[in-house]
Write a protein that binds this ligand. Structure first.
Ligand SMILES: Cc1cc2nc3c(=O)[nH]c(=O)nc-3n(C[C@H](O)[C@H](O)[C@H](O)COP(=O)(O)OP(=O)(O)OC[C@H]3O[C@@H](n4cnc5c(N)ncnc54)[C@H](O)[C@@H]3O)c2cc1C
Length: 439
């Protein structure tokens, strides 16, 4: 093939950037190009609430997240804090049913040495008297808001600046000779026949024919340019499906709207001063209510609140935030448990998309066809797993390139964690246990 690049990565979000960086780091001789129709990290990476945690009950997710945290700590040190990694604990609030259901998984986490503590309702009351553990006001009763029975406090958790992390990977990638092409949209793929047909010494025009075995051989841009590459990596986040659909291959992943609301109110101040939890800045931890609503304190004095709804939320790329969603679906519950939210006002709101593996909620790092790898489907935890996903993609590429050398699927990640990259393949994932701590 008349190739220009060994690898073209579509997408300069955190997953494309990490993949390009790790691939070039492992193979400095490779020619790698990252293409994005926007600038660096302007997709859903910039919309993220930017929390990272190692608290996952399934091993494949735990390993990606714990190793990424280990890597982010190193990057934060190396850049003198440029990625703004700050400890912010998670607090999952459970009803009695949820406590019972999650107990075995929590015991496994504790047994594995993960830094978590199950706080009783009494302890929660002592740590945060502003929390109403049994919402018994008229409105809460009408909404059937159940009492809180326990809280899982998770300590190896952080907030960070995801744009700065992505920029770190891109800067390192460029410094090592990697190339970027920004402001250019990929609209299709170059396809070629695996075995070109010839007649009287010349290739027959119009190939590949539908009857021929085909492989991807690069990308076509909206301006008509073709860029040839041995491997094309689709790391286009929620838009990845548009590209896999274009190629005619299924990919397991779907986009769903995810929105946040930034609210402020005069009564919120006590929630920012709860030092008993041990957060770096003394505020309420990043808290997840039993209904999945989550809230993150901001240095500006307000809270980001959000809810990842499931049934009834269509699979689409729509990203218009809905004020009424906050009013109807979020506010009654949040003020039920935290009356300080009664009189808050929305100061800002935004929406992006999660890119889900609808069944297993586990990232997809796999070949979808000869010459095309998909690195996507992070299912709402792409920031917290980004470093490890880039390493898995690199290993997947190596396994693909030297399969005749019987390279194995196991990969050692930072933090002494070992993963089987088959767990992130399209077919191999059916054996993994469903994750219980999903937001
Ligand atoms: C509201 C919200 C809150 C979130 N909170 C968290 C959180 O707290 N923690 C966490 O870990 N994750 C969180 N996430 C998820 C996280 O943001 C994503 O998992 C992560 O950003 C995915 O990175 P990505 O690189 O795959 O996608 P993106 O950052 O979206 O990057 C994809 C890139 O591909 C480019 N692109 C797409 N199509 C094309 C094309 N045809 N041609 C050229 N370029 C193209 C886009 O411009 C974009 O830059 C949140 C997401 C949302 C929406």
């Amino acid at each position: 093939m008349n190739k220009e690049y060994d690898v073209v990565v579509i997408g300069a979000g955190i997953l494309g950037a990490s993949t390009a960086y790790h691939m070039l780091n492992a193979h400095p001789d490779m020619k790698i190009l990252v293409i994005d129709r926007e600038m660096v990290a302007q997709g859903n990476t910039s919309k993220s609430v930017a929390m990272v945690r190692d608290t996952f009950t399934s091993q494949p997710s735990f390993a990606l997240a714990a190793s990424t945290i280990a890597a982010f700590k190193e990057i934060d040190k190396e850049t003198d804090g440029a990625i703004a990694l700050n400890r912010m604990m998670y607090l999952w609030l459970f009803t009695s049913d949820q406590t019972a259901k999650n107990k075995p998984a929590i015991n496994r986490l504790l047994g594995a040495g993960v830094d978590v503590e199950l706080l009783s309702a009494d302890k929660l009351a002592e740590y945060a008297s502003c929390m109403r553990l049994t919402p018994d006001d008229e409105e809460s009763l009408a909404y059937g808001i159940p009492p809180i029975d326990s809280g899982l406090l998770c300590r190896n958790c952080y907030a960070l600046d995801p744009i700065a992390v992505t920029q770190y990977y891109i800067d390192k990638f460029r410094a090592a000779g990697g190339e970027t092409l920004l402001g250019k949209e990929v609209i299709d793929f170059v396809r070629r026949p695996v075995t070109p047909l010839c007649y009287e010494g010349d290739e027959i025009p119009g190939q590949p024919f539908s009857t021929q075995q085909q492989q991807a051989a690069g990308v076509k841009l909206a301006d008509g340019t073709e860029i040839k590459a041995e491997t094309t990596i689709i790391a286009a986040g929620a838009w990845s499906r548009e590209l896999t659909d274009k190629f005619g291959k299924g990919s397991l992943i779907s986009p769903k709207k995810r929105q946040w609301f930034y609210v402020e109110g005069n009564d919120l101040a006590p929630l920012l001063e709860l030092p008993a939890f041990g957060n770096e800045d003394g505020c309420l931890p990043f808290t997840i209510l039993p209904q999945g609503i989550y809230m993150k304190a901001s240095k500006e004095g307000g809270f980001y609140v959000a809810l990842a709804d499931d049934v009834g939320r269509e699979i689409s790329l729509d990203t218009t935030p809905e004020r009424q969603y906050f009013i109807d679906d979020i506010h009654p519950f949040i003020k039920g448990y935290f009356p300080a939210f009664e009189a808050v006002t929305i100061k800002a709101m935004d929406a992006g998309s999660y890119c889900y593996d609808e069944i297993y909620r586990t990232p997809v790092v796999d070949w979808i066809h000869d010459g095309i790898m998909l690195v996507s489907g992070a299912s709402g935890s792409g920031i917290m797993k980004a470093d490890a996903i880039g390493r898995v993609a690199t290993h997947r590429q190596e396994v693909g390139r030297v399969s005749n050398m019987q390279m194995h699927n196991y990969l050692q990640l930072p933090g002494d964690l070992i993963v089987d990259i088959e767990d992130y393949s399209i077919r191999g994932r059916s054996r993994i246990e469903p994750e219980q701590l999903v937001i």
